[in-house]
Design a protein around this ligand. Structure first.
Ligand code: CP
Ligand code: NVA
Length: 310
């Protein structure tokens, strides 16, 4: 039996596959033009297929974009909060995976613990997609890089800056750097630097520099990325807000980047904390397009999981 195509972490995929996913996402987006969001793509590669979505944490973009994505590919979705499932009353992850594998064709999970999505994938007999865990947000970074490339061309050889928390979204960006050959400068407070394993997984095709000076990271960069200072599940709110204050992306910070640098944020944003209104709503911001591109990037992921794309 062919190996299942799980989409759990970007570091598990090779550069050619990531490249193919980005190209497929852009191609599908362009092919739709201004079609209504519910209209099915001409080739309907997910016709007759069902995507299950399980949420252990809140979500707006992931929930709605995956639903739009599977519909546009010709399939259907069923969405549940983990707390409403028997999973929320202690049914083992593995047993849930075995049951759902007989009822749907692929499963997207937003999980508190990365280990749980790995356990789910081990027991499942259908592909499993990571819709965010404490250790990664691979679908987000695919959409982010797609957005960057729509404005600036291939990301290979470019310099991106991450300013803020060395969190799950940062981890997936680190994973992509090694695969797609871009330089990534990460600036975090000392106590919130990225996981060393993530740096190791970045490989040697790209260059990831980690420091604690946000202006140094932003200097001349082609794009500045940030994210919330307090992620879902973080309990040290006050310590974080104090530590991250010098890492706010404001117009002065954007001024250190290249003149036409893009601003990206996975959202939800906490205006006045990690980013100011002037940057969020300013001409360099591509955050709304970035949110929309979750649909297109995830269509490529779903099509790949089902055996297409490459
Ligand atoms: N960026 C993102 O994943 O947003 P949601 O938490 O709303 O899904
Ligand atoms: N780092 C954030 C991302 C939300 C999409 C979190 O995990 O809460």
């Amino acid at each position: 039996m062919a190996e299942l195509r799980h989409f759990l972490d970007l570091w598990r995929l090779d550069g050619a596959t990531l490249r193919a996913l980005l190209d497929e996402a852009a191609r599908r987006k362009a092919a739709r033009g201004g079609w209504p969001t519910g209209r099915v793509d001409a080739d309907a590669p997910a016709a007759g297929r069902t995507l299950a979505m399980i949420f252990e944490k809140n979500s707006t973009r992931t929930r709605f974009s995956f639903d739009a994505a599977i519909r546009q590919l010709g399939g259907a979705s069923v969405i549940a909060n983990a707390q409403d499932m028997q999973l929320g009353r202690g049914e083992p992850v593995e047993d849930t995976a075995r049951v759902l594998s007989r009822m749907v064709d692929l499963v997207m999970i937003r999980a508190n613990r990365h280990e749980d999505i790995e356990r789910f994938a081990q027991a499942a007999t259908v592909p499993v997609i990571n819709g965010l865990t404490d250790r990664g947000h691979p679908c987000q970074i695919l959409a982010d890089l797609m957005t960057f490339e729509a404005h600036r061309g291939p990301v290979e050889g470019k310099t991106l800056a991450w300013v803020g928390d060395g969190n799950n979204v940062c981890a997936s960006l680190i994973h992509a750097a090694g695969k797609l050959g871009f330089t990534l400068r990460v600036a975090t407070p000392a106590a919130y630097h990225p996981d060393l394993m993530d740096l190791a997984r970045a490989g040697n095709l790209g260059k990831v520099e980690v420091g604690h000076d946000p202006r140094e990271a932003a200097e001349g960069a082609d794009a500045v990325f940030t994210d919330t200072w307090v992620s879902m599940g973080d309990t040290d709110h006050d310590e974080r807000v104090a530590a991250f204050e010098p890492f706010q992306v404001d117009q002065a910070m954007m001024g250190f980047a290249a003149k036409d640098a893009l601003f990206l944020h996975c959202l939800p944003a906490h205006r006045g904390e990690e980013v100011t209104d002037a940057v969020m709503d300013g001409p360099q911001s591509v955050v709304w397009e970035e949110a929309e591109n979750r649909i297109h990037a995830q269509k490529a992921v779903i099509a790949w999981c089902l055996g297409g794309v490459c």
